[in-house]
Design a protein around this ligand. Structure first.
Ligand SMILES: Nc1ncnc2c1ncn2[C@@H]1O[C@H](COP(=O)(O)OP(=O)(O)OP(=O)(O)O)[C@@H](O)[C@H]1O
Length: 639
């Protein structure tokens, strides 16, 4: 934690020199409109539900001391608050109210604004406030980060009247920081509830109960999230703070995945694990994913591999119902599964390319070997090379001294899934081609190549043949990867939407432990909609509707509004990029980009929301709303 008084001093400097504020001029509270407030809340609505219970717990402890509790989002807008009934007018005038914007650039130094800039818990006590209007307040605030380490919210408690001494607020500081961390961790578990969560603790006796260090990994043992404490503890010089995301657990710790599965089942007595650099020892426990049914399958795969039949195509069969195009694709896939060919999957975003690739792997004789995935659009170009090819010990500064096994080597004997292959830079396409033709990989800085048994499944939502024509994709790599090409239809072209809805509802009810059904009118509305974000958008819509439904039955009024509103303007036909297929794609309201277009822009701007919003001439909030609506998830967030 930075020295709080230093943080306040820096905040004053910003207010005076960068924002040109005058401490003596009373600034009125800025309260945003109720529709703007709704937009701010909608962007983080799941998080707000989690945060509310943490806020209530904290409030119970400080209410008798006269504190008011505020939760602001990462932009400084108060999105929730708890205060004693009465005194509303006074609170509102002081900006201690929902909808108030506490950014430093106009409100001057204050608890929330300073935490946003400083990213650390702090006290802003009476005269610490920059603006004369706020010097009666004492604010204690702490940041809440999302699982990628981005600031998500600020938890703040404010006393309208407090003792003169700042020391009186130190206990409040500890309490606020503690609850901010508890909310952050509850949010982490919510986000990664369907993944495995590894809890690490320095003390053996607390291994089962401590949630201080948590990281989430998927069925393949790849780390998909890490909470703030893990990111801090495992920080590595010269690496971004989330360097462990995307790595396999055994790369970060000295253990095998077998050790982890044993710990998950409570088998064996040694639950200690060392970091791969030999620096730290932790005691671990594993929290199982919520989807109990799949677990049996996973444990069977991990523990009883010999029982898995080579001809087991259940994973593929579960992907489609009565849709003739999908049935043909599945037949094709089953014939290809154990042939020595690389497979290319083409289909719109959210149409299920990754889930299809996993099913191909599971149905193959390689099922017991690793399935290693790389999303070429989600990591910086400069990292793709070392991620894929790995590097030899001491080959570059900032690299780990022991070197690193690249994903190609990690997938030896199994499947390497290259998502968004169209985003792979040309020079790496050349290197990949060489690996594919010679079955050898040369890690960066290594002296001799390593043999690998490589099977690649690649996927792209772009038409790679157009990219070849534009000189952006190598033709020879295209043929090497597309030993066979499978086209996934978009959801609006599929005749089995009822089957998919049933499957998604079953998964939701298993995850949430309650009933989930749908009325025939709501089913009809879903069938009529055009689904630009495909199955991902459908899944999000069902989740949303289930959260609103009172008894687990989704009715029309529970569905997101855009699904039931009449479409304007009327249907306009668009060329499908995939051969032999035409897509009837109703347009959105004129100002909105389509899901595909939005995704392309976001990628082009490297997921910078501000830049994307600027290009489209809309607000950031609109972009967030559209991302949610189309089910677009930024890299490193779970789907
Ligand atoms: N057949 C299916 N049944 C149930 N859920 C599915 C099916 N296909 C896809 N999904 C779900 O839809 C979401 C999107 O799937 P997936 O990530 O595989 O799509 P994608 O086409 O690879 O997306 P992108 O182009 O953005 O990489 C996931 O939550 C996935 O579980």
């Amino acid at each position: 934690m930075a020295e709080p008084d230093e943080a306040i001093r820096r905040s004053w400097m910003r207010c005076a020199s960068s924002y040109g504020l005058d401490p003596a001029r009373p600034e009125p509270a800025q309260i945003i409109t109720s529709s703007q407030l709704r937009e701010h809340k909608e962007r983080i609505d799941e998080f707000l539900r989690v945060a509310r219970s943490g806020m209530e717990q904290l409030y119970k402890q400080v209410a008798s001391l006269g504190y008011v509790l505020l939760l602001s989002d990462g932009e400084g807008v108060t999105v929730d608050y708890i205060a004693n009934a009465g005194g509303d007018a006074e609170l509102k005038a002081a900006g201690v109210y929902v909808g108030a914007d506490w950014k430093e650039n106009h409100a001057g130094t204050n608890g929330i604004g300073a935490v946003i800039a400083e990213r650390t818990p702090l006290i802003c006590h009476q005269e610490d406030h920059f603006n004369v209007k706020h010097i009666g307040l004492s604010c204690t605030a702490a940041p809440i980060f999302d699982p990628r380490g981005d600031l998500l919210a600020v938890l703040n408690i404010t006393a309208m009247n407090s003792p003169r001494s700042k020391d009186s607020q130190y206990l409040a500081l500890q309490l606020t920081a503690l609850h901010a961390r508890a909310i952050e961790d509850a949010n982490f578990i919510l986000r990664f509830g369907d993944q495995w969560i590894l809890r690490l603790c320095r003390t053996w006796a607390f291994a089962e109960v401590s949630g201080e260090m948590m990281l989430a990994f998927n069925d393949e043992g790849v780390i998909v999230g890490a909470n703030t404490t893990v990111r801090r503890e495992l920080a590595s010089a010269g690496q971004p703070s989330d360097w462990i995301i995307g790595r396999a657990v055994p790369e970060v710790f000295e253990c095998t995945m077998d050790d982890i599965w044993r710990a998950a089942r409570g088998v064996g007595s040694d639950n200690s694990v060392m970091t791969a650099d030999g620096q730290n020892l932790y005691y671990l426990s594993v929290r199982l994913p919520r989807r109990q049914k799949d677990l049996r399958v996973i444990f069977q795969e991990k523990w009883l591999p010999s029982q898995l039949g080579a001809e087991d195509h259940a994973a593929l069969d579960s992907l489609a119902g009565d849709d003739p195009v999908m049935q043909r694709t599945l037949e094709q896939a089953k014939r290809l599964v154990n042939r020595k060919v690389n497979i290319l999957i083409q289909g719109e975003t959210g149409s299920g390319k990754e889930i299809f690739a996993r099913a191909l792997h599971k149905s193959s004789t390689r099922a017991r070997k690793p399935f290693v995935a790389l999303n070429c659009a989600a990591i910086p170009e400069s990292l793709i090379e070392s991620e894929l090819f790995g590097y030899a010990p001491g080959s570059f500064t900032g690299g780990r001294s022991k070197g690193m096994k690249g994903l190609i080597q990690q997938s030896d004997g199994g499947t390497l899934f290259l998502d968004e292959i169209g985003d792979m830079p040309l020079h790496l396409q050349t290197r990949l081609l060489r690996v594919l033709s010679e079955s050898e990989v040369m890690p960066i800085g290594a002296e001799k190549p390593v043999r690998v048994e490589l099977t690649v499944i690649a996927a792209s939502h772009r038409d790679l043949r157009t990219m070849i024509a534009d000189g952006k994709f190598r033709e020879d790599l295209y043929y090497r990867l597309g030993g066979a090409t499978l086209y996934l239809p978009s959801l609006r072209e599929r005749k089995d939407i009822g089957f998919i809805i049933e499957r998604l509802l079953r998964a939701e009810s298993e995850a949430q432990g309650g009933a989930a059904s749908i009325s025939s009118a709501a089913l009809e509305a879903l069938t009529r909609y055009s689904w630009p974000g495909n199955i991902r958008e459908l899944r999000n819509a069902l989740r949303y509707a289930l959260a609103l439904s009172e008894d687990g039955e989704i009715r029309v009024q529970d569905l997101p509004r855009e699904l039931v509103l009449p479409r304007i303007p009327a249907v306009q036909l668009e060329e499908s990029p995939w051969p032999g297929r035409t897509a009837a794609l109703p347009t959105e309201t004129p100002a909105e980009p389509k899901g595909e277009e939005l995704l392309r822009l976001l990628r082009r701007h490297k997921w910078n929301i501000t830049a994307t919003a600027a290009e489209l001439g809309v607000s950031r909030v609109t972009i967030y709303r559209q991302m949610k609506r189309f089910g677009i998830v930024p890299p490193n967030e779970t789907h």
